[in-house]
Design a protein around this ligand. Sequence first.
Ligand code: WQD
Length: 331
Amino acid sequence: MKILVTGGAGFIGSHTTVELLNSNYEIVMIDNFSNSNKEVLNKIKIITQKDFVFYEGDVQDNILLEKIFSEHNIDVVIHFAGYKAVGESVKQPLKYYENNLYSTIELCQMMEKYKVKKLVFSSSATVYGQPDKLPIKEDSKLMTTNPYGTTKLMIENILKDLAVSDETWSIAILRYFNPIGAHESGLIGENPKDIPNNLMPYIMKVATKELDNLNIFGNDYNTHDGTGVRDYIHVVDLAKGHLKACEKVLKSNGIDAYNLGTGTGYSVLDLVNTFMKVNQVNIPYKIIDRRPGDIASCYADNSYAKEKLNFEATKTIEDMCRDAFNFIKNS
Ligand code: WQD
């Protein structure tokens, strides 16, 4: 079985590629290194002791896509490539709409041309916006509060229309909650190039003293300790969820969406305190104002992925904190 992984050098793409190689899939990867670096490719080979085909380039480049699909019989495409910084998307919406939408449309058109109709799409819990009920189920209301989230929702709708137009498509939409952690080897993980937006990468930079202290955005939410609650899922569990989604699209047709989360919510202070305890490090923090657009609580009802994909996350919040610190210490 040959899988095309777009954005495979990224945080989730690289961890998924490791799990795919370990499960004896053949991998073809495309990445333009806009939010990742070349060294990751070699780290994947070291971890798995396996090789794979790599093309450097942009998924919007249909000459490159034509080359890839003409040189390889692709069975399934896993589409990670896309911009994903919420704050940046608010400042530069056109950059996000152009990149995320055009790359997906170019990719699907090339898949159609080569009769490759099996797709796993990297979506996000951000399509739920401000949930009116918790835990969040896949049939919850979909609404977005930033251009990044809107690109994910628009792509989900494009894929739904595609599946209605041609029932030979087999598409799994994966809605990630909050992926954190790193591979146990410490060789790959999340290491954003500039000041992190997300909580765990920020904690990691404070842990290594690259940043002085963490700013906690508000402690006046209606949660058990006033700080924001999220469903953190270990990136290796998330990667394994993609293998289950591949198996699903290989044996069925149609389109469906699945929450990939643990079903348990932890607050910012829960995560900070766990990180300090597990790693025996101090994370100085200050409570400041809420971040505009943040919601109080968000965590998954993960029963549908359990039922339909036979997927369940197994790693604990302690595993996530330990593996994240192990990675940043090795970086
Ligand atoms: C988590 C909690 C913050 C940073 C985002 C995207 C979502 C997905 C995951 C792509 C919140 C608090 C954070 C900090 C803090 N990405 N926080 N200080 O906002 O839940 O989701 O990343 O798909 O689309 O929206 O994740 O890690 O930014 O925030 O207090 O320096 O940590 O207020 O409660 P979020 P996050």
